[in-house]
Design a protein around this ligand. Structure first.
Ligand code: NAD
Ligand code: TDX
Length: 352
């Protein structure tokens, strides 16, 4: 096992593995990195599950500093081969099963990809050497906050306390990442981000689902009374934070990422209808999610203080940009909702 020191000056020799790069945040991160660090070699590893879309990466597919490899992060033999071939300096692990509702239906694949996939990547990092392994985690590992305590926020010291099989799998991975740092000295960092939104967000998640349904004049299924609160971050701000952490973050540390943009779900749904000029009659209250977390809210003081990160886009601007993106890129999401997604939708919402 060997590790080496990081310095920005060896940019030309820098190879970054981005796992899950054909998904929502991973693809946005690849676009961000290609623009910000054109001399870096980016290798995207993605299994192309239902949530992965190779067409999303079309703008960079022919870039000479970019390579796409269709591969499961749990495939130890092939992952090790790829590390040997490409000798990455940095690994940023986005690859995951990411939808809470699916984890309630079928937890198994969440444990496999999110925990064992993380282990496989870190074992390869140990064997072939790495400057940084970065784990993209979530604020959901902290559980939830009460609705009537707006003074409470998640800090990096908040105890792990999970609610869904998804968040339990992400928390397990975080613990494993910290164990590999303590036991094997692996140079890791972890970021825990709040809810992202923006371009290429898969239309099973709240914001893109509501935009797509509104545009198709279909009912907008709001869980419970729509009073649960999420802390929304425009995806590019998340990408900017990860770029800062992998370059300047302190090895072994956890960084929370969020921008104080707390909104109730019903506020968001009404805002989308308003922006699209659609009637609130489309709102349909449906059976609540099992174990539904009440409120997430991040305290980003640490990343602000240590790395100077701040979000550039506040919710009221970000939601306008997002709605416009879905209006201008109908083909991207219509292709998705015309396929296997129909079966998913019927199963999840048919009798709700
Ligand atoms: P996503 O579901 O849109 O994309 C996941 C990607 O991972 C897909 O391209 C999929 O094909 C790929 N993938 C899944 N299993 C794989 C495997 N076994 N091997 C290789 N590739 C695999 O997810 P997202 O919303 O972009 O989330 C990315 C990461 O960020 C996840 O780790 C998630 O937990 C975390 N996160 C997401 C949010 C959010 O609001 N979306 C917030 C905080 C953290
Ligand atoms: O149809 C819906 N109706 C509804 O009311 C859907 C899909 C969601 N909701 C509610 C549930 C949540 O309170 O909207 C809120 C947001 O739901 P999701 O978009 O499913 O996101 P969430 O469960 O908050 O998890 C997201 O943020 C943290 C990501 O999917 C995770 O990957 C990330 O870790």
């Amino acid at each position: 096992m060997f590790f080496y020191n990081f310095s920005e000056s060896d940019g030309e020799n820098m190879t970054v593995f981005v796992t899950g790069g054909a998904g929502f945040i991973g693809s946005n991160f690849i676009f961000y990195m290609v623009k910000k660090h054109p001399d870096y070699r980016i290798v995207c590893i993605d299994k192309l599950t239902y949530a992965g879309n190779l067409s999303t990466l079309e703008p960079v597919l022919n870039n000479e500093n970019f390579r796409f490899v269709k591969l499961d992060i749990c495939n130890r033999e092939e992952i090790f081969k790829l590390f040997e071939e490409e000798a990455p300096s940095i690994v940023v692990n986005f690859a995951a099963e990411s939808h809470v509702d699916r984890s309630i239906e079928d937890p198994g694949i969440f444990l496999k990809t999110n925990i064992l996939g993380t282990q496989t990547l870190m074992d390869a990092c140990r064997k072939y050497g790495i400057k940084r392994y970065h784990q993209v985690s979530t604020d959901e590992v902290y559980g939830d906050l009460p609705l009537d305590r707006p003074d409470m926020f998640f800090t990096e010291e908040t105890p792990i306390h999970t609610s869904s099989p998804y968040s339990a799998s992400k928390a397990s991975a975080d613990l494993l990442v910290q164990a590999y740092h303590r036991t094997f000295g692996l140079p890791i960092t972890i970021s825990r981000c709040s809810n992202n939104y923006g371009p290429y967000h898969f239309p099973e998640k709240l914001i893109p689902l509501m935009i797509a349904n509104a545009l198709n004049d279909k009912p907008l299924p709001v869980y419970g009374e729509g009073l649960n609160i999420r802390d929304w971050l425009y995806v590019e701000d998340h990408c900017k934070a990860i770029d800062m952490i992998i370059h300047d973050g302190k090895v072994g540390e956890v960084y929370n990422i969020g921008g104080h943009n707390e909104k109730t779900n019903i506020y968001i749904v009404k805002k989308i209808l308003e922006l699209l000029g659609k009637s609130e009659d489309l709102i349909t209250f449906v059976t609540d999610r099992k174990g539904h977390d009440l409120r997430y809210a991040i305290d980003p003081a640490k990343i602000k203080r240590d790395l100077g990160w701040e979000p550039d886009t506040m919710f009221d601007d970000g939601i306008v940009k997002t709605v416009n993106w879905y209006l201008e890129n109908r083909e991207w999401w219509e292709t998705i909702i015309n396929g296997e997604y129909q079966n998913y939708y019927e199963k999840m919402y048919g009798n709700r």
